[in-house]
Design a binder for this molecule. Structure first.
Ligand SMILES: Cc1cc2nc3c(=O)[nH]c(=O)nc-3n(C[C@H](O)[C@H](O)[C@H](O)COP(=O)(O)OP(=O)(O)OC[C@H]3O[C@@H](n4cnc5c(N)ncnc54)[C@H](O)[C@@H]3O)c2cc1C
Length: 600
């Protein structure tokens, strides 16, 4: 039996960071068992929930399979919902099982806080889980359905009023999506856009309090221009079905009310029996240990940790940094080394307002518009690469740019029409035969025999690169670089042609083959003669080469995946990269077995 059992509870931003970090620190410790327990088999990319709620990205676009993240690590995964923790006997308890631990890391995240506002919990939608996002999505569709049938203009106006309570980043991001999506729905249901009302209600004097004033101003201006009303200094005092009461005495009648005004620790966490600070979060010391039990570490949204700048905020960066610190300290404890103190270093906040605008304050740089948006995407991609490797990046790009549910430019819509790769494989064989025949012909012509076959007109060479219509820059390269090294370049051409032939015939690294093939055909088109032995003719538009170029580009669409080695090799390559990411070494043979097993 292993001597040390570590259990990570929760696979959110903090939990996944822990899994990676604990593997890094303890991968060589044979006597350590690490288990991750999470209620669902997926990590939910919480910071993009508003995109699902607002129908920009479908549900699958924000899910990362946990098994996938943990592959090639020593962290095991169990899907289970923990109901309680037996702190005295160091056990997690669910309806199905018990999980004993020597070290526990609590990373269960948070839930909406209602601050005792009457009717809030019962009558508001919230945005803090995938189910919440799906509920909002369905609700908005239902409201439009009803509004499209409603004859009474006053009732229709109420139905088409969307209120977000809370002007923090969650509220603003939610409203940004609602603004765009409701425009699409207005068109779809034939409702004039003017009938729709969008309101953010914030209790504080300003929205987005984590940002510098200049960025807040930009965000406000953008939203106002887009028709969003922002009410600050407007605490909500009560919520009835369809009616929001403000402290000022004003009421707002709205078909949709989404509350994003604050968070607190999960009920389950509050009731574990460890000392808690504000909003039910568990009090931790500078090593991220519960102040009551040094073997229970608490991180992210569940940890109550106060720095000289105030309480650790419920942010992704807080979760990831505290997770890293907790893992370091568990490893240090096991290895009998000194622990390190937690130092929170927040690098920035990024807030998207719909799919085309964002504001960001990152490492003291203020950004807005496309740059801020780009920064947000880059940060997301960086995190996803870290946890899920290339596949997660490809998935993110696919869902955000190519399969987004709304606002895709026409060109992207056309580019993402799916077709059977099988048909491309026929072209691939043909192209392969073309290249290999070309290569073999050149070998038979003595291109590898050490005699120059590339040269000037009049030199007797079988390939002349410069003709009457060759562009000047290309002629310069031919005369100054290629002709003086003719033997080298002609050998390179022959070997490349033979390699391309084999790559296309066997469907191996077809994408790279497509790029090289396109490059070669452009070269031949720019040069004077189309192929070995051809007469010196202007060949910029030589139809033979143009076809090769077109077919080469078609190879970029995954042509090697049907009846080709890429079907096996590409997953293998991804697996290799992922393994290397986690372990900083390669395991070539075991991974082949792993990929073949997955394919069954
Ligand atoms: C819509 C939205 C937008 C946000 N935008 C930003 C942003 O732009 N920037 C930013 O920094 N932060 C943002 N946040 C906050 C950020 O997502 C959280 O601070 C962060 O997710 C906290 O990480 P965590 O690991 O503590 O918890 P979480 O990421 O919430 O993970 C908790 C995990 O625990 C699991 N779990 C919970 N209870 C149990 C149980 N009983 N048994 C088993 N498993 C359980 C859950 O399934 C989940 O996987 C946003 C949050 C939301 C909801």
């Amino acid at each position: 039996m292993p001597q040390k059992r570590i259990v990570i509870l929760g696979a959110g931003f903090g939990g996944l960071t822990e899994a990676k970090a604990i593997h890094k620190y303890l991968k060589n410790d044979q006597d350590v068992d690490i288990l991750m327990v999470n209620q669902s088999p997926y990590h939910v990319y919480l910071t993009e929930l508003h995109e699902v709620a607002g129908s920009r990205v479908s549900e699958d676009g924000i899910l990362v399979p946990i098994e996938h993240v943990l592959e090639h690590t020593k962290v095991r995964f169990v899907q289970d919902t923990i109901k309680t923790v037996d702190v005295d006997n160091h056990k997690l308890i669910s309806d199905e099982a018990e999980y004993p631990f020597d070290y526990l890391i609590v990373a269960c995240g948070s839930q909406p806080a209602y601050f005792g506002i009457p009717g809030m919990k019962e009558n508001a939608l919230t945005l803090w889980s995938l189910d919440d996002a799906k509920k909002i999505h369905q609700h908005v569709l239902d409201v439009f359905e009803q509004a499209s049938k409603e004859k009474d203009p006053a009732k229709r106006k109420e139905l088409l009023t969307f209120v977000v309570g809370g002007g923090g980043f969650t509220g603003v991001e939610m409203m940004g999506e609602l603004r765009q999506w409701t425009e699409v729905l207005c068109k779809r249901y034939g409702i004039p856009k003017e009938e729709r009302t969008l309101i953010i209600v914030e209790a504080l004097p300003k929205i987005l309090p984590n940002l510098p004033d200049s960025l807040i101003e930009k965000a406000k201006n953008y939203m106002t221009k887009k028709g969003i009303n922002i009410m600050t200094d407007s605490p909500i005092t009560e919520v009835e079905p369809g009616i929001i009461h403000l402290k000022s005495g004003e009421t707002i009648k709205a078909g949709t009310f989404i509350w994003t005004g604050g968070v607190e620790a999960k009920d389950f966490v509050k009731n574990i029996g460890l000392r808690t600070g504000k909003r039910g979060k568990i009090e931790v010391n500078k090593y991220m240990q519960s102040v009551d039990d040094p073997n229970i570490y608490v991180i992210g949204d569940d940890a109550y940790f106060v720095t000289e700048h105030g309480e650790m905020p419920a942010l992704v960066e807080s979760a990831m940094e505290s997770a890293e610190c907790a893992c370091y300290n568990i490893a240090a404890d096991i290895h009998g080394q000194p622990k390190k103190e937690f130092k929170l270093e927040l690098r920035g906040v990024m807030v998207s307002i719909g799919s085309t605008y964002a504001v960001a304050h990152v490492m003291n740089m203020k950004m807005s518009g496309v740059f801020a948006l780009l920064m947000k995407h880059l940060v997301n991609l960086n995190f996803l690469f870290g946890v899920g490797g290339i596949e997660s990046i490809v998935k993110y790009i696919k869902y955000h740019f190519f399969q987004s549910n709304r606002g895709r430019p026409m060109i992207i819509k056309h580019m993402t029409v799916k077709s059977q790769t099988f048909w491309l494989s026929l072209i691939r064989f043909f192209l392969g035969l073309l290249w290999i025949t070309e290569g073999i012909t050149k070998v038979q012509d003595g291109w590898l025999s050490g005699y120059a076959k590339i040269g000037d007109v009049g030199s007797g060479a079988s390939l002349q690169l410069v003709g009457p219509s060759t562009p000047g820059w290309y002629a310069w390269i031919a005369e100054h670089i290629i002709y003086p090294n003719a033997i080298f370049f002609q050998s390179l051409i022959v070997l490349t042609e033979l390699a391309l032939g084999l790559m296309f015939i066997f469907g191996f690294l077809t994408f790279i083959g497509g790029i090289i093939s396109a490059f070669m055909s452009i070269n031949f088109m720019l040069s004077a003669s189309a192929s070995a032995g051809a007469a010196v003719t202007p060949s910029l538009l030589n139809p033979g080469n143009l076809w090769i170029l077109v077919l080469s580009i078609a190879m970029l669409g995954g042509a090697g995946r049907a009846f080709g080695l890429d079907y096996y090799f590409m997953p293998y390559l991804k697996e290799l990269i992922r393994y290397y990411q986690r372990n900083h070494r390669l395991a070539l043979i075991p991974l082949i077995k792993h990929v073949l097993k997955k394919d069954q």
